[in-house]
Design a protein around this ligand. Structure first.
Ligand code: ATP
Length: 476
């Protein structure tokens, strides 16, 4: 079955609204309201903390939404993996002390496998569960997941310190052997490991304990469900796309960029440098357009800094495609058109958004030119002194002050048969991160994620929201 992104989004929301009496909550702004612990809204549940911590009781305890979410920790993944965006939409269904595991899993099975909805073949579906969570495993089997498609995963426990927590269970779609990137027998070859073949599409969190200040876990009087399904990933399955980018959510942006480029053509690939540039541009302009529309502005701090970095990275990628003038702003109406159905305000505000982005591009052009001047003089000095290496602190300055990614500096250096001191660059980066961390001070519980998300330059895996979803999860 082939579905458009609009059909997938509506199908999910209608399923929970029409069939299971959830209230549809329109996506909240990417900019958190009254929540200083969070830089960006990074999941559906992040907009509902006051329901989940019991501060407010919603009129209807069943809620569903498609929430715009932004994760700075995934920026470096964009273009490198098949499944990450900076901004994505997270479909979710929520039970604020209403239904629990058995219904959540039964409905998930219905949505995923019933031909009236997704209609996916159960043989393609794998789920992970916390080893001791036998109820969850039983419910999946009852719903039609083959018994040998259930993978025990110790890391499936959602816990961010004090507050509600509990096991979670993740759903993977098997994209088939074509997507295998590991050899048989590789220890990472399992759903949740490093093999792209299994695409994580949905996560269901069963919050049933309170993590007490003394470290103990008390059962919650009312249990909650919180789920997150990546719209772009599901759409990639329905559109048989090799990555999230070859879908109706991104292809129009990519095609518009082709026209602006120096005769480059987009070819689906995981390694082609132009392809990666097209993907990064499509991703970043979308994130930036939405972030600005939601009230953020480019600047040197916090959210504004993230926007500035995204525009700069996309500009540099544009250079790679032979575009040496402001161009990102021209993609704004394309983004607006794609998202017109759920978010008509973006297309409506396009003139304003174009203006903000254009002026940022113009000022970055000047910065880039200054950076290039510095780089050229350093290259000349290094050559004159018969050295072979650009010092790490210079590479870091180019990065930090002039927005030159290390890769770009390295490319200029290689043209002159020189190298870059990457270690020295990392030292500069580490010191800067340490300073930023100190400046932020201590944060607790939900705030943990902020520490990880605030630094746009940390190429880390996301370990905040699901703190225990760390690399190297083992099958037990
Ligand atoms: P991954 O390990 O693949 O990065 P995750 O464990 O960080 O995913 P969750 O925090 O469980 O993801 O988020 C719920 C769902 O949101 C995921 O199952 C996925 O479908 C989607 N999702 C998460 N991060 C991204 C992203 N950067 N881009 C697109 N979709 C995402």
């Amino acid at each position: 079955k082939k579905l458009s992104s609009e059909q997938v989004r509506d199908m999910f929301l209608d399923f929970f609204h029409d069939k299971h009496h959830h209230t549809i909550k329109h996506s909240a702004s990417l900019v958190p309201k009254n929540d200083p612990s969070l830089l960006w809204i990074n999941s559906g549940v992040a907009t509902m903390k006051r329901y989940f911590d019991g501060e407010v009781v919603p009129k209807n305890r069943r809620i569903t939404s498609s929430q715009k979410s932004l994760r700075t920790n995934d920026i470096e993944n964009v273009g490198r993996t098949r499944r990450h965006q900076t901004m994505f939409e997270m479909l979710g269904n929520f039970s604020v002390g209403d239904y629990f595991r058995d219904q959540a899993i039964a409905w998930a099975c219905d949505l995923l496998m019933n031909p009236n909805y997704f209609g996916w073949d159960p043989n393609r579906l794998y789920v992970t569960a916390y080893p001791k969570d036998h109820d969850t495993k039983r419910d999946w089997i009852k719903g039609g997941i083959p018994k040998d498609h259930i993978v025990n995963m110790k890391s499936n426990f959602w816990d961010v310190g004090e507050g509600p927590c509990g096991p979670d269970t993740e759903i993977f779609y098997d994209r088939g052997p074509k997507f295998d990137n590991l050899k048989p027998g590789d220890p990472e070859d399992y759903p949740g490991g490093e093999n792209n073949r299994w695409l994580e599409v949905w996560d269901i969190v069963l919050s049933q304990f309170n993590h007490e200040p003394d470290g103990s876990y008390k059962p919650l009087p009312r249990k909650n469900i919180d789920t997150g399904m990546g719209l772009e990933r599901v759409v990639s399955v329905f559109q048989n796309a090799p990555t999230n980018f070859e879908t109706d959510l991104f292809l129009p942006i990519i095609h518009a960029t082709e026209k602006l480029s120096d005769n480059r053509k987009y070819v689906p690939s995981m390694t082609n440098r132009d392809t990666i540039a097209f993907k990064v541009i499509a991703d970043h302009i979308r994130a930036v357009t939405f972030a600005i529309n939601d009230g953020a502005l480019p600047s040197n701090v916090g959210r504004g800094y993230v926007i500035r970095r995204l525009i700069r990275r996309a500009t540099v990628m544009g250079r790679r495609l032979g575009i040496d003038h402001p161009f990102l702003y021209k993609l704004v109406p394309v983004v607006g058109k794609i998202m017109q159905h759920p978010y008509p305000e973006v297309y409506k505000n396009r003139k304003y958004l174009e203006k903000v982005i254009h002026s940022e591009e113009v000022s970055f052009d000047a910065t880039l030119a200054d950076g290039l001047k510095l780089l050229k003089s350093v290259l000349a000095d290094v050559k004159k002194s018969h050295k072979k290496i650009i010092p790490g602190d210079v590479a870091f300055k180019l990065y930090d002050t002039y927005g030159f990614p290390l890769q770009l500096t390295a490319e200029y250096a290689h043209e002159q048969k020189l190298d870059v001191d990457k270690k020295g660059f990392k030292v500069g980066m580490k010191a800067q991160q340490e300073r930023a961390r100190k400046a932020r001070g201590n944060k607790q519980a939900m705030g943990i994620q902020n520490d990880l998300l605030v630094d746009v330059k940390t190429p880390s895996k996301y370990v905040g929201y699901h703190q225990l979803h760390v690399n190297g999860a083992k099958i037990t």
